[in-house]
Design a protein around this ligand. Structure first.
Ligand SMILES: Nc1ncnc2c1ncn2[C@@H]1O[C@H](COP(=O)(O)OP(=O)(O)O)[C@@H](O)[C@H]1O
Ligand SMILES: [Mg+2]
Length: 282
């Protein structure tokens, strides 16, 4: 009886988290560690941001979670599978349950919007074309671009292309979505639209989402939890509220710099045109 009870508790605890990383060390070269004793947990259904300076290991962390690379020490558990010890064939199978959207998540330029979004459905399922058409239409509707099936990528604005790429990465209804700097290069309006879209889709599908981003303003509106990284280690973590009020100087600089500073990491500063013109006409 007691044993059964224990098993139940363990199962329940595992299902609470989509990603559990424990004491992971990783380096592309043996002698240069990139991730240093990283531990983190991402709750099922939550939206979590990974933040930190360029080159600190954020993309490497996503590669570990998607099983493209394996840790040298420690363990990576994704959707209840310990992928540190999993054969590559099984990882490929598991990866169908994950979606990824990368910074310049480029569309296939010689394919229509329809073919782009249908791509993984055709690759990974035996669904008949008539059903694929319906799914593509649903996905396009979800990103607010219903009816764009026959357009070619060159005919789309940057923001539209990003939303099509989002629809494409969602085609197989992934349980875990990873976004690597999805806002980079977007103007502030597209950026907020994208953030809200990620939030909406994540909630509608009860997805778990991991968001690598520099954009504090947009991401803090939608994320449940933030991990800050520096030089391959997690240096700070908390809810948006906790991070806004943190005493950690490095994090403070990051947060204050983003909100009040003159520079943006990834997209042009929102100019206050009235002030700008005042100076101009003096
Ligand atoms: N394929 C690779 N081979 C060797 N070194 C790499 C590779 N990818 C990234 N790195 C190095 O690992 C470090 C972390 O990179 P990355 O995870 O891309 O950082 P971030 O996404 O935080 O900017 C950097 O020093 C980078 O040069
Ligand atoms: Mg990166």
């Amino acid at each position: 009886m007691d044993n059964q009870h224990d098993v139940k508790i363990v199962t329940h605890m595992q299902n609470d988290y989509s990603v559990i990383i424990e004491n992971v060390t990783f380096g592309y070269d043996e002698d240069r560690p990139i991730l240093k004793n990283v531990s983190l947990k991402i709750r099922q259904g939550s939206i979590v941001a990974i933040m930190g300076g360029s080159g600190c290991g954020k993309t490497t962390l996503l590669r570990l979670i998607s099983g493209q690379i394996k840790p040298q020490t420690g363990s990576v558990t994704v959707l209840n599978h310990n992928i540190s010890s999993m054969p590559n064939r099984d990882i490929l199978h598991l990866r169908k349950r994950m979606g990824m959207l990368f910074q310049f998540g480029a569309l296939f330029t010689d394919m229509s919007v329809y073919e782009n979004v249908a791509f993984s459905l055709k690759e990974h399922t035996n669904l008949p074309e008539c059903l694929i058409k319906k799914i593509v239409a649903m996905k396009l509707n979800a990103v607010g671009l219903f009816g764009t099936e026959n357009m070619m990528p060159q005919e789309l604005s940057g923001g539209m292309a990003r939303r099509i790429a989002l629809a494409r990465s969602m085609a197989l209804d992934p349980e875990l979505m990873m976004y690597d700097e999805p806002f980079t290069g977007l103007d502030p309006i597209s950026l907020n639209v994208s953030a809200m879209l990620i939030n909406k889709l994540s909630n509608a599908l009860n997805q778990t989402s991991i968001l690598v981003t520099h954009d504090i303003e947009s991401s803090f509106k939608i994320v449940d939890y933030i991990y800050f990284m520096a030089d391959g280690a997690i240096t700070s973590q908390g809810t948006p509220e906790q991070i806004r009020n943190t005493d950690n100087l490095a994090v403070r600089q990051f947060v204050d710099g983003e909100i009040n500073g003159p520079f943006r990491f990834d997209y042009p500063a929102k100019l206050d045109y009235s002030k700008y013109l005042e100076g101009y006409y003096k």
